[in-house]
Design a protein around this ligand. Structure first.
Ligand SMILES: [Zn+2]
Length: 307
């Protein structure tokens, strides 16, 4: 079923686990991801960022596809705009049916970050669209940003930010970074900081960005410390690519459908591992789904069936 991500994240906070937020750029990835969430009875957030929408999966195509797949599984499925940089991007996402958005004002001074995030919350909440903000700054692995403690989220600032904006979820900078870490490098995560932010904010759902390549033990400990949303992009894109590459290597004459299916299966297989790490397997039946977005879905279905 199709839901706002607040439905999933509030349950994750109450029951101390995390939901995976997985990048899905095309039909094969999204199908592989939702099938894996269905197999594992796990909730799932699909991430779509601005660049991927421009280069490949535009929302006019992807959102109806995701809603159709979501309607076919009892697992709660949300779609979140990843790193929306301005109000125009948020409006574009909401107009196209996203159930959640992230407004990333993390490179702005805190006052400006609060101002734009508040504006987005005021626009989205009446539509039952969930909002994620970011405080501190999760940078790029390639430039070593994860080690830059000046970027880290300060617990007292996080408390003020959540209070002033009313966000449903907060992305925090605690040692991870986007993209690929150098070979053999594992980030050091500041678990005490996660715990302090959680306490200072009164238990707001916390998002970990740049989770790919961070190591299973780090992810498990981050969830135990209070992370409720784990963003995974790089590892899933890599798995999909390798699935296609392996299919081509093992049988050059393989047909297009077989090759692309191997990408889809590889993506779903890797997601299963992340779902296990996050503690979200088997949670779907326990999540109360009472939002307007979810209620519209069965009505739409019965209409389509002519009931
Ligand atoms: Zn991110």
């Amino acid at each position: 079923m199709f839901v706002p991500m607040k439905t999933i994240l509030d349950h994750a906070v109450q029951n101390q686990y995390a939901c995976i937020a997985a990048c899905g750029v095309d039909m094969e990835m999204v199908r592989g991801l939702i099938a894996a969430a269905d197999r594992k009875q796990a909730p799932l957030i699909i991430l779509m960022g601005g660049m991927q929408m421009e280069r490949m999966g535009n929302p006019e195509l992807m959102i109806p596809l995701i809603k159709t797949l979501a309607a076919a599984t009892p697992s709660p499925i949300a779609v979140c705009l990843d790193h929306g940089k301005d109000f125009a991007k948020v409006g574009y996402a909401v107009r196209n049916g996203f159930s959640s958005v992230m407004i990333d004002g993390s490179t702005l001074p805190m006052e400006q970050n609060i101002a734009i995030t508040r504006q987005v919350v005021a626009f989205c909440h009446p539509l039952e669209v969930s909002v994620e903000g970011e405080l501190g700054h999760v940078g790029q692995a390639a430039t070593g940003d994860g080690r830059e403690t000046a970027f880290y989220t300060a617990p007292e600032d996080a408390a003020a930010f959540v209070q002033a904006t009313g966000v449903d979820c907060l992305a925090v900078a605690v040692g991870t970074a986007h993209g690929k870490y150098p070979a053999g490098y594992l980030p050091r995560l500041d678990f005490d900081r996660i715990r302090a932010i959680k306490e200072a904010t009164g238990g707001v759902p916390l998002a970990l960005h740049g989770s790919s390549g961070s190591g299973d033990e780090n992810i498990r400990r981050a969830v135990a410390a209070g992370i409720n949303k784990i963003n995974v992009a790089t590892d899933l894109l890599e798995a999909s690519k390798n699935g296609v590459a392996n299919a081509l290597r093992s049988a050059r004459e393989a047909d297009y459908i077989t090759v692309m299916q191997q990408g889809e299966f590889a993506c779903g297989k890797l997601l299963e591992h992340w779902l296990e790490l996050s503690g979200s397997c088997g949670r779907a039946p326990q999540i109360p789904c009472s939002s307007r977005i979810e209620r519209l879905q069965p009505a739409f279905d019965s209409q389509a069936r002519g009931e």
